[in-house]
Design a protein around this ligand. Sequence first.
Ligand SMILES: Nc1ncnc2c1ncn2[C@@H]1O[C@H](COP(=O)(O)OP(=O)(O)OP(=O)(O)O)[C@@H](O)[C@H]1O
Ligand SMILES: [Mg+2]
Length: 392
Amino acid sequence: MELKERIFKDRNVLSPHYVPDELPFRQKEIEEIMRSVLPATAGQKPKNLFVYGKPGTGKTCSVKRVMEKVGKNPGKASLAYINCRIYNSRYRIMQKILKQFVPELEKSGFGLPYLYEKMIEIMGRGTQLVVVLDEVDMIKDLDELVYTLTRSNDETKIGGITLIGISNKLSFKNDLDPRSKSSLYENEMVFAPYTAVQLQQILRQRAGLGIRAGCFDESAVNLASAIAAQETGDARYALKLFEKAAEIAEYGGKEKITDMEVEGARKRVEIDLAGETVNTLPENHQLVLYAIAKLTLSGSRYSKLEFENESGFLISGEVYEEYERVARGAGKRARSSRWYKEYLSDLETLGLVTLTLSGKGLRGHTTLIKLGYDAKGMLGLLAPKLGGASNG
Ligand SMILES: Nc1ncnc2c1ncn2[C@@H]1O[C@H](COP(=O)(O)OP(=O)(O)OP(=O)(O)O)[C@@H](O)[C@H]1O
Ligand SMILES: [Mg+2]
């Protein structure tokens, strides 16, 4: 039996992994990177380039687009793209670069000096290696890598090696050795976050390809773009949001994607992200968070509690009592209130809750606690981990 989808025309297009033929708002960047790399095809060494930009600003897909274009007519250039999340050490990166020339390097057991000799030998044939180090901040021994590569570059007379580093971490630059810093940052380029209007166009392009005609509201596209722009200008996030909204509409039997589905998707995407943090929390933190989510859902006993025109606050004391209850339910004993306050402050640091000190007027001085996420979603994340706690 074939499952017919009524909203999706081609789901794949909506995925953040898909890269459209046309990359709107990045033509200038693509051309600039292209100009910087092109001398390599004629056997001249380009300057190293460092590309910085917040997540989802199109760095990876723009650089890959340049590589595709140059790769069609490489001349003396030889291109390598390396995902440093996977290849995260000098050895593995050098092995990966060289593998395309020396297939037996697939096997390990060759020492670094051997790789170094090979590198020089290949450049010695006049090859201009252009190596893209994507997520370069993940490399454990980056200083050593940059040193080895620039050193090998200096040793050959005709060929050379050029590095294109990509990162979304601004601060990692400071941890670098001054020498590798000045090599890596010979040229620098910044990808700006997308604006709401740009995200609208990016989403509209994808929705047009991936969603059936008439199955999405224009305002849903605008809302998803506005939310993503407000967060960080991240196209990946905008796409995730819209893809989730489409799923909600599809599986909820809706006619089309509206603002409501986008709102629903926002909560789910947030919860997915929070899930990664929650998974790493120690048990007592999880129990406190669980207590907060549970009380948020059932409502504070002081249900009219409002503070500076906001609602949804809980009082520290009632959360502690709930924490004792859920701990008991999970067969544990709650720790003292001194520890409890530590947990709260950790949860705040992680952005999972916000804490506010109430003024004098409101039940003396007390800490007001507010869950930063959808309570139901949070319970859904925690309940499977805490087992019995949900019956507490
Ligand atoms: N200008 C654009 N037009 C269309 N889609 C885009 C554009 N920029 C980004 N995207 C979409 O967003 C996805 C994420 O972009 P990309 O992977 O290039 O981001 P990034 O800057 O490398 O982020 P990170 O720092 O997290 O690695 C792309 O796969 C693509 O689907
Ligand atoms: Mg990237």
